[in-house]
Design a protein around this ligand. Structure first.
Ligand code: NAG
Ligand code: NAG
Length: 580
């Protein structure tokens, strides 16, 4: 029996045979064939390691769990071969069980961990043209020169009842080794987006081949639509057509990764609940691929499907949702961990091809974030500095009959109260009540809102000469600290998840900027008082005024720089909010 040369195996001779990575294919194939590690020495005789499988029967496309265990070892190499012709090339492909720390491996890829292991779990995926009986073989490297070659493992077989091998598509070795679990033949491309097909991409204009791109495309061909969906997900990807921007009553399509096989299903979404997958779907030409953490699937459906009640006609306009999330064993899907992407309007995917983006944050929540940043990064923080340090500077200038510093301070605080109040209402409008998923953020937010309103009332909204100045500053500082904490909590909530870890660093940067300015002015005031006292002997009046004048200039320069810095921070945050 002549087997197509599907040689797929797993190399872990790290450091020992690391150069295999750079080898041209032929050399790798040689290693795949001999299963002998490339460092000298001769193999040990009685093996200490054993291969076990969780099943003894398989059908094409099945995955079988294969374990290699025994005393500590550094490297390994597992192959599946036709049990009747052990000299023939390897069959099927392997996936490492721990997908987070490793990648899909082929003969040409080595794992970079030399760490000792006792137990390794991989999945073998039976190819469509698998022989009747397949045996697993392993080469194990314990230490540099201590290794075993072709340790025989269990034999698994196809049930006799099954008709002989389905028509074999003559895949070349290179093809099948580079796409071990692939059924999609041609990589997805964004080149026709906006011209021949309707695309939704997030981030904007990303390439569906890249590791962080969510991609959905609809190609209208006469009476059917060919759909491609791709994105970084270990669990599932789904999209839905909806009449509104809320979940519920929608027509959904899901690609679920279930033990290294991807199932494509449809579902009719009821109110924000678990989707019930349809037993039957009207999808054709289904294919999929899962590699390197990117899930892809494609299928075709008719524009109109009157026989299937849950399916919407595609010649109408809809909001389109794109979601991803985790799937547990058995393919049960969990709620998406971040907000689904939603288009900003109704789109007719069979109409004019477009290339659009979408947003993962609802507009009301974006407005909430933006107003809070404007209020607290600019108005309050500047108000704090002005109240604390600018009273002497501006106490002789008047605006509308009041001291300038007080007018500036009051204007900033009033703006804050107005912006904060508007912003405060928005999440409640959006949720239609209290959000129970937002942790401490709403509680702290309410406390901040209350203090924002009471702070001016309590600290007195009039220009006071003496003790209250300290109160204003102190209560403002407490409020400022609280709002910073609230913002830290808010930035990572799913409804407005600013990019990590950028948001944390930017916020820490802003706090450092504010505290730094505060400390600088504090030190400056202190020095100024010292100077005045020292110069006391000379001529009190003259020195006081000149020192003060000098101090005022310094303070004004610092304030100008501080305000510019705040505007830079504000713009950065607003841009980030706009891009979510
Ligand atoms: C063996 O493992 C494979 C891969 O995880 C799984 O699909 C299969 O159901 C398992 N079989 C048994 C009997 O547990
Ligand atoms: C959507 O586009 C299709 C094809 O151009 C057209 O027949 C249909 O009337 C459009 N629907 C809407 C609601 O515009």
């Amino acid at each position: 029996m002549e087997l197509p040369g599907i040689a797929v195996a797993i190399w872990m001779f790290v450091g020992l045979c690391a150069s295999v990575v750079g080898y041209p294919n032929g050399k790798v194939r040689e290693a795949c064939t001999s299963m002998v590690p490339c460092h000298g020495g001769s193999p040990q005789l009685s093996p200490e390691h054993a291969i076990t499988v969780n099943e003894t029967e398989f059908k094409p496309g099945d995955s079988i769990e294969v374990r290699l265990s025994g005393p500590d070892f550094e490297g390994f190499f597992i192959q599946a071969r036709d049990a009747e012709h052990l000299g023939s090339p390897a069959v099927g492909s392997f996936v490492l069980a721990d997908r987070r720390h490793s990648q899909l491996l082929t003969c040409a890829v080595s794992h970079t961990s030399k760490a000792k292991k006792k137990d390794i779990k991989v999945y073998w995926i039976a190819p469509g043209d698998a022989p009747k009986r397949v045996q697993f073989l392993a080469t194990v490297v314990k230490k540099y020169r201590i290794f075993w070659v072709k340790i025989p493992g269990p034999i698994v077989s196809q049930p006799d009842a099954l008709s002989p091998t389905p028509p074999s598509h003559a895949t070349s070795e290179a093809m099948s080794t580079s796409h071990p679990v692939s059924h999609i033949s041609k990589p997805f491309s964004a080149s026709g987006c906006g011209m021949t097909k309707f695309c939704i991409r997030n981030p904007a204009n990303c390439d569906p081949g890249s590791a962080s791109c969510f991609f959905l495309s609809f190609q209208h061909e006469e009476s059917s639509v060919f759909i491609e969906m791709s994105g970084p997900s270990e669990g599932y990807l789904a999209f839905a057509f909806s009449h509104d921007q809320w979940m519920g009553g929608d027509d959904a399509y899901l690609c679920v990764n279930e033990d290294h096989r991807v199932h494509v299903s449809t579902a009719h979404l009821k109110e924000r609940s678990h989707p019930l997958l349809d037993a039957e779907n009207a999808l054709e030409d289904v294919s999929w691929r899962f590699a390197d953490g990117v899930l892809q699937c494609s299928f075709r459906r008719s524009v109109r499907l009157p026989a299937y009640t849950g399916r919407f006609n595609l010649d109408t306009s809809y909001y389109i949702f794109l979601a991803d999330g985790e799937a547990s064993e058995g393919g049960l899907i969990h709620k998406h961990h971040c907000q689904p992407l939603v288009t900003d309007g109704l789109y007719n995917i069979t109409g004019l091809p477009q290339d659009i983006g979408g947003s993962r944050a609802p507009r009301l929540i974006k407005a909430h974030g933006a107003l809070m940043f404007i209020a607290w990064i600019t108005t309050v923080s500047i108000g704090v500095i002005v109240a604390r340090f600018f009273k002497p500077v501006w106490s002789h200038s008047f605006l509308l009959g009041k001291e300038l510093w007080f007018q500036v301070h009051r204007m900033l605080m009033l703006t804050t109260v107005i912006l904060t109040s508007i912003s405060f209402v928005l999440p409640f409008v959006y949720r239609g009540g209290w959000s129970h998923q937002a942790g401490f953020h709403p509680y702290l937010g309410c406390a901040v809102m209350a203090l924002t309103i009471f702070q001016p009332l309590m600290a007195g909204f009039r220009p006071s000469r003496h003790p209250q100045e300290l109160n204003v500053t102190l209560s403002l500082k407490i409020l400022f600290t609280m709002i910073i904490v609230t913002m830290f909590l808010g930035m990572d909530l799913p409804a407005l998840d600013l990019p990590d870890p950028w948001d944390t660093y930017a916020m820490i940067g802003f706090v450092a900027w504010h505290v730094g300015t505060d400390v600088l002015l504090e030190i400056h005031s202190y020095c100024l008082i010292r100077k005045v006292i020292e110069d006391d002997r000379v001529q009190i009046l003259q020195s006081l005024t000149s020192a003060e004048a000098e101090g005022h200039l310094f303070k004004q320069i610092v304030l100008t720089i501080y305000v510019c810095g705040n505007i830079v921070f504000l713009v950065a945050f607003l841009v980030a909010i706009n891009q979510v």
